[in-house]
Design a protein around this ligand. Structure first.
Ligand code: NAD
Length: 342
């Protein structure tokens, strides 16, 4: 079977995760990179052995010899690139969230269907061993029906202050809430129909970053289940893990508890602090990519090569974006909001 020639748009932090796994996968090869910043694109190409470098994705789509594209630009810049890829007949993996406006969601869903290209959104917590196992156990039927859940997915402050240059143009709901809502929907096995959300703000604004600190949101599902979801960008930098990551699910005949951030498998201590080492999300074992953040991208290539359905559908991710828009509307208006679905 021929290698899938991958082009990557966005030579940033997460673009590197994509390039690493395309280099390692026997059925893929990174052949092109595009970034508005030429210097960054050149350095990226040199690091990953990529031959074709672009600063304009439209030019890239016209001239580059690629089979599929990874859209790895900031949260609010996925739509136009994905639509141009669809128009060029390229299959694609799009970083989460699918899109951050209703108009973008609808335009993307239409373009992907119209041009009959294949696309997956990188909702990688479905490959997280704890959530994947919980999903299998819930589906086994042995624990009854999900009735209520709690999901906390927070970032240490430095992600907003130091790591991301564009968080004021996004939201913790887009950056982490997209993961926690997608994972909850997937495990509960249904969509939320109504949301009531309250936000707190001030910390990031005091640091000159104009975005909300925390959303506390309650979702009512069609099947009657209730989810409480906490997403914050201001947890203390002293946390041992960049994420504060907890999940609890109560079913009619059992319950599930996930602690995704504070495992005891490997803790590293220096003279200042304790660090919970990342051995789950994205790490290397003898130079091989390991961790669920790589597994989702690996699965995209596997499924694309095999012509099989992806583990994450575009409609599921469109509905996550629509639910997060309703969440922001609720937090802005102080009222419960009915969630639209496609
Ligand atoms: N799956 C995950 O868990 C995960 C983790 C981190 C980031 N992400 C997602 O990946 C995406 C990128 O995040 P990041 O941390 O790599 O951001 P980043 O800022 O490090 O990189 C983004 C890059 O995109 C480039 N860019 C912006 N507009 C462009 C355009 N029109 N054409 C070409 N290049 C353009 C920027 O110059 C920048 O180099 C975001 O959507 C983010 O939410 C996903």
């Amino acid at each position: 079977m021929n290698c899938i020639k991958m082009a990557i748009v966005g030579a940033g932090l997460w673009g590197e995760a994509h390039a690493s796994i395309y280099n390692e996968h026997p059925l893929a090869q990174p052949v092109a990179v595009c970034d508005l910043n030429k210097e960054r694109a050149d350095a990226f190409a040199a690091k990953f052995g990529i031959g074709q470098v672009y600063t304009d994705y439209r030019e890239m789509l016209k001239t580059c010899d690629c089979d599929a594209v990874a859209v790895v630009t900031p949260d609010f810049l996925h739509a136009d690139i994905a639509i141009a890829c669809a128009e060029a007949g390229k299959d694609m993996i799009i970083e989460k969230p699918l899109a951050t406006t209703r108009d973008d969601v609808m335009r993307m869903v239409d373009a992907l269907a119209k041009h009959r290209v294949r696309a997956m959104v990188d909702m990688h917590n479905r490959w997280n061993p704890a959530f994947n196992t919980a999903k299998q156990l819930v589906e086994s039927g042995g624990y009854g029906i999900p009735t209520n859940a709690y999901f906390r997915l927070n970032d240490n402050l430095w992600v907003a202050t130091d790591m991301l240059k564009w968080c004021a143009q996004s939201s913790i709901l887009w950056f982490l809430g997209s993961h926690s809502l997608d994972t909850s929907n997937w495990i509960i096995g249904d969509y939320p129909v109504e949301v009531y959300s309250v936000k707190s703000e001030g910390k990031l604004k005091s640091l000159g970053i104009d975005t909300v600190d925390t959303y506390m949101s309650t979702y009512k599902y069609k099947n009657g289940a209730v989810l409480q979801m906490e997403n914050s960008w201001v947890t203390p930098n002293g946390n041992t893990n960049v994420n504060d990551f907890k999940f609890y699910l109560l079913c009619t005949d059992g319950s599930f508890n996930v602690n995704g951030s504070s495992h005891d498998l490997l803790q590293v201590t220096d003279n200042q602090r304790v660090i919970t080492a990342d051995i789950l999300v994205k790490n290397y074992v003898f130079d091989r990519c390991r961790g669920f953040a790589y597994e989702s991208i690996r699965s995209f290539i596997d499924k694309l090569a095999a012509g099989e359905e992806f583990h994450v559908s575009i409609n599921e991710c469109a509905n996550v974006s629509l639910a997060l828009l309703a969440t922001m509307e609720s937090a802005d208006t102080g009222r419960p909001v009915t969630i639209e679905h496609i």
